[in-house]
Design a protein around this ligand. Structure first.
Ligand code: SF4
Ligand code: SF4
Length: 434
């Protein structure tokens, strides 16, 4: 795509990077074919190619965003399906991030929107606030009919139960009988995940410890920053990014870290992008790149580094497990085969879901902010899951677990809970009736 940025504009490192990506785009429109919002809405401006034009126009003319631009950019899920399809390797993720930052700087949203977005940016990443708000929501749930549709949707999506957090972090002592050193990894426990599904972190730590891998959870790390990053609130996001980079890098230097494990693929995608985000920051770029290089999705880490001891899989009943590949996993991190191969080792029948490249509508805060589109995507996803008639659904992202469980009674588990069970861990509670 031809661009007309001035030399002065190109001195700005972010503009320069955006220009490079825009110029790669050859207008072919292949990306529209796999874009969920284009498929639903059929409007060129609700597809990746149209959004790239909108971002180019804003950045090139240095013009403030307007209602029309914001509407189409806000409708993007950041699912990155378009990046998997694009033959020219356009990094749409970086383009949409810069578009969102420009909107945040130049556009005044209506009062109600500003309040909701501010609320989400403060409450969701904070363990204490999130739990407090969820408890209050449970009290007002019977009276939700008095609220607007958007607030009703939000109330519906808030958790009703808070399982007890039994995460146990223990030191694994080097055993001289084992002729290998002990690996040491840091786990990102996820701000929302540790409140609503602590059993996912428990299964991760149990599984790693059982295979002689020490796991640490630095208390200073609260949130990966991706929630604010995708809301365009870059300053708030960078506070988390910088704290996380410094904390993990100090741990890496002083005590050694072999990997940073993510079991929430949305967060993992952002961690792997820290190196890019700080590419021009003299003080942090080396550290940020190291953190990105160390980051592995749990299934990626297990596949590359651990010889898993699958216990006598014959004694278990065989299930049909539908694997839902989260967008941040398959499109954001390009991790798709690892979880499927691990699941196959359990001896169960692993099924791929039709149209598996299309988002379930979760997408961070998308199901809270774009409820109508998210609902269509959820209904489509459930219909496709039901086509393969699974006993269980498995996925690697808490957002997808929450979203999909709102549309079906089929039990849905994090992939790591299944691997933990089949390598000696307890049977997940949600399967008690199966
Ligand atoms: S990120 Fe997803 S919703 Fe956004 S343009 Fe790309 S394919 Fe469409
Ligand atoms: S597929 Fe890639 S090159 Fe083609 S229009 Fe989409 S972003 Fe541009």
């Amino acid at each position: 795509m031809q661009t007309n940025f001035s030399e002065e504009q190109l001195k700005d490192k972010d503009i320069k990077s955006s220009e490079k990506e825009i110029r790669k785009c050859v207008h072919c429109g292949f990306c529209n074919a796999t874009c969920p919002t284009y498929k639903i809405l059929g409007d060129e401006l609700d597809g990746p190619r149209g959004r790239i034009y909108l971002i180019k126009d804003m950045l090139e003319k240095n013009k403030p965003a307007n209602d029309k631009i914001v509407k189409h950019i806000d409708r993007c899920l950041s699912c990155y399906s378009c990046m998997t399809t694009c033959p020219s390797n356009v990094n749409y993720m970086h383009l949409i991030d810069s578009g969102r930052n420009h909107i945040e700087k130049t556009f005044k949203r209506p009062f109600g929107d500003r309040i909701i977005r501010k609320f989400l940016s403060i409450v969701l990443p904070n363990f204490f606030f999130f739990k407090t708000v969820a408890i209050i929501t449970n009290l007002i749930r019977p009276f939700k009919f008095i609220f607007s549709n958007k607030l009703k949707e939000m109330i519906n999506l808030m958790p009703k139960h808070f399982p007890k957090n039994n995460l146990q972090i223990k030191k694994i002592n080097f055993n001289s009988n084992k002729k290998k050193s002990i690996s040491r990894v840091a786990l990102l426990t996820g701000c929302v995940q540790k409140v609503i599904s602590p059993q996912i972190n428990e299964a991760t730590v149990r599984l790693l410890n059982r295979h002689d891998i020490e796991v640490i959870v630095p208390p200073k790390i609260k949130c990966c920053g991706s929630l604010n990053h995708h809301l365009g609130k870059e300053e708030l996001a960078k506070e988390d990014f910088i704290k996380n980079i410094s904390t993990w890098y100090d741990e890496y230097l002083n005590n050694g870290l072999d990997a940073i494990i993510s079991n929430t693929s949305g967060c993992g995608t952002t961690l792997k992008d820290y190196g890019y985000i700080f590419r021009s920051n003299k003080e942090l770029k080396k550290k940020a790149k190291k953190i990105s290089d160390l980051t592995k999705d749990i299934t990626e880490y297990l596949s590359e580094n651990v010889k898993l001891n699958f216990t006598n899989t014959d004694k278990f009943k065989k299930f049909k497990i539908a694997y839902h590949s989260a967008c941040s996993m398959q499109h954001g991190q390009k991790v798709h085969n690892d979880p499927i191969k691990l699941l196959e080792k359990t001896g169960n029948n692993i099924l791929e879901i039709p149209e598996g490249h299309i988002c379930c509508g979760s997408a961070g805060t998308y199901n809270l902010l774009q409820g109508n589109i998210a609902k269509i995507l959820l209904n489509n996803k459930i219909a496709n899951i039901e086509k393969v008639k699974p006993d269980i659904i498995s996925t690697g992202n808490i957002g997808c677990i929450t979203q999909i469980s709102n549309g079906t009674k089929i039990p849905i588990l994090h992939t790591v809970e299944i691997i933990d069970w089949y390598t000696g861990g307890p049977k997940p509670e949600v399967l008690n009736n199966l």
